[in-house]
Design a binder for this molecule. Sequence first.
Ligand code: BYC
Length: 335
Amino acid sequence: MYTQAMDTMAREGGAKLEKVLRPEEQALQDRFDARIDAGDFIEAKDWMPDNYRKTLLRQISQHAHSEIVGMLPEGNWISRAPTLKRKAILLAKVQDEGGHGLYLYAAAETLGTSRDQMIDALHSGKAKYSSIFNYPTLTWADIGTIGWLVDGAAIMNQVPICRCSFAPYARAMIRICREESFHQRQGYDSLLTMMRDGTDAQRAMVQDAVNRWWWPCLMMFGPPDDQSPNSAQGMRWGIKRVSNDTLRQKFVDATVQQAQVLGVTLPDPDLKWNEERQHWDFGAIDWSEFWRVVGGDGPCNRERLAMRVAAWEEGAWVREAALAHARKQSMKEAA
Ligand code: BYC
């Protein structure tokens, strides 16, 4: 109704529309800014600036795509898990990730973009997903390492999003973070078993996996703060609560001790405790690799996207059946 009324006015005279609406819009903007400053949550039905909506859609849909694409490198190992227990755990984890994607797509849909539009953007290569899922899972130790390091990095990044100013995203993140902490623990437990009870070859396999995943995990947090174009506005709007570099440092600080307990070496000769900063210093990240992967030219970008598109096409009959069932149910209810 409101939109139609605005359209009618616009057809009758655009200049008049601007004159009438500008103070009203300014008032809405002022009220929105005041709510953000007060730490209020914004609901989907509330007025919000267009760019706030767009930024959220970009971040939430990228996040949803990451969950869905993130199922692929692990799914690859379900049939090769070494024991029934590990297989059941991995199945549950991959299912959780499908669920996380669904909560996040649902949160993004409240902003007015359909799931089909988001999926189209992913499949056509327009939308991003996390760089980390463009690396291969070569051995069983990669699965434990993904749990320990990738999910560990994900939790570090995602806990602050539970306080994101957009309430549907914040609510989805609370549940997701609970499940992510189980994901991290199962990965650590799997590696610990191999390091403590395994053979030399298994220990070497764990070390090799950690060597390959460590630097890509540090890249997950995004570019350095002074090269992050979206950070300032994201922080201003309370979408992002903690900066890329701060989260990366927190992750390194938390992980070093875990690596010591595990008995693996983090592959960074420059890693050392800085008494003055009370943080671990770490070596330079190869940002050219990060941008290459984000730009579509990582080790597995093409393979991941092709598998995603194939899964979507092969699942068409399930979507059609679900829609037919829903139509039948609503006809029954109407009758
Ligand atoms: N990969 O200005 P910046 C999971 C892009 S799921 C790819 O700092 P922002 C899991 C960024 O999008 C993990 N692209 O951006 C699932 C931007 O490009 P656009 C996913 C990246 O938004 C299954 C440009 O670089 N988590 O853990 O302020 C199994 C400049 O960056 C990456 C989320 O999505 C990257 N790593 O901050 C296991 C969390 N980093 O969009 C585990 C939600 C940056 O302007 N997202 N870019 O074209 C966020 O917290 C933020 O969006 C980011 C980036 C920290 C990622």
